[in-house]
Design a protein around this ligand. Sequence first.
Ligand SMILES: [Zn+2]
Length: 560
Amino acid sequence: MVLLMAAATCRALADAPADLVVTGGKVVTMDPRCPVAEAIAVRGERIVAVGSVADVAAEIGPDTRVLAVDGCLVIPGFIEGHGHFLGLGQSKQMLNCAAAASWDEIVAQVAQAAGQRPAGTWILGRGWHQSKWSVPPSPHVEGTPTHEALSRAAPHHPVLLTHASGHMCIVNAKALELAAIDAHTVPPPGGEILRDAAGQPTGVLRENAMELVDRARTAAERDRTPRQQREEYLRAIELASAECLRYGVTTFCDAGAPFNVIDVYRDLAAAGTLQVRLWVMVGEDNDALAERLARYRLINAGHHHLTVRAVKRLIDGALGSHGAWLLEPYADLPTSRGLNTLALDELERTAELCLAHDCQLCVHAIGDRANREVLDLYARVLRGRDGRGLRWRIEHAQHLHPHDLPRFAELGVIAAMQSIHATSDGPFVVARLGERRAREGAYAWKSLLESGAVIANGSDVPVEPIDPLAGFYAAVTRRMADGVCFFPAQCMTREQALRSFTRDAAYAACEDDLKGSLTPGKLADLVVLSQDILTIPEEALRDTEVRYTIVGGQVRYARP
Ligand SMILES: [Zn+2]
């Protein structure tokens, strides 16, 4: 696609000066009627004009805030097409121990965390690795630290720090106490409780012994009062919102929230305190949906900050764990074709509920068998209806049989994919599927786009980092961490990648009338980037910074 300078200003009828003008950059609107401009004017929460610097200057009044963004790129706000909002916030509350240079540093991290949260709440962390420290821990048992310093740093908080491998953890005295682990505890089969010379537990638990502490932790979660639970949700939402804004995400599609979380979203929307727009898939079973979906369906609440009009189900697992449901056995596990995690008649009942309540259905399907079953079911249930109107989705759509590729476009089914998965899974995909299957149908973005399908992009955060620019890079390069390209024939163009994070992600949420392009009349959700990701050399893409994130005309993030 060649982007030409618009001949005329695109403008809505404006009878008062703008509240905000962003000017002097390159504005890529994603609106084919006016694809490129130099400035944009906003009044209230809406865009009122897009055009040249001179044209838009006419909208500036004495009280207009003018943001000069020379040399920057202005694009529609990124839409995270599939992530887990609360999970993102919760992941930010875990301590990241991966960067620590010593055990003492980790103990200091924990002491600081303990000072910031009420006694009794769990402090979770992950990523420590004793062989990456500049000095060995002292004292130590089998090279791993013992809990005393940790217990002194957080005497009133249970602490659980998972090893980088995920196969070992260290806990403090409070956690040992809650898990009832002492000198006499017999570890479960396949587990090990490390002990010091006196026979006391050091706090390090290996493999299945980690279950003892995990059980204590989840029991504590069940014991929370509704008020405590709500406060935890609020804290997670605050952290998730900040992370979104920092990375230029103005709308977040939450891939499966239970009703009690949606209650909190609704309260925040009503109070006008949601910082990021949420579009929510309900994550509940059929009985709960039948009983409550009608009461939870909600469109554009809180000045377009909350919409609940979709349902999420999962039909299989993931490729990494051999859980994706395949038509043929795994190349590296010939006894298995993966797992079907939801009975098809159950899914059919969900589909009927979605039709009855005018909701989009979003089904997680990763393997080619899972994708075929969902497409077959959609074809059966939607017979006689226009799939394009309903915009039902398949989440991930990672591995497709070549015969099923054109069916997305034929049925009007949206592929909600996460380009970053291709480059992070890439190293093991060929082992799982073999070369031919991987080449023909794994993360087959180009083939889907060429067939006329719509792809909504996202990150599946916290599975992957939310950063849409990392997703953009993965989409256009398919370059893995080792620099090798994962079947580069399936790369998107830069315009396609940007569309998948803006216009097409809005379409996939039935919100293209409001979002996804910088068009007068639409919501003023935009991002200012430090450089032009449509034209700079590939190797410079990763240096791009988000300068401003603007939601509904309000600057909600400005790079310090
Ligand atoms: Zn997900």
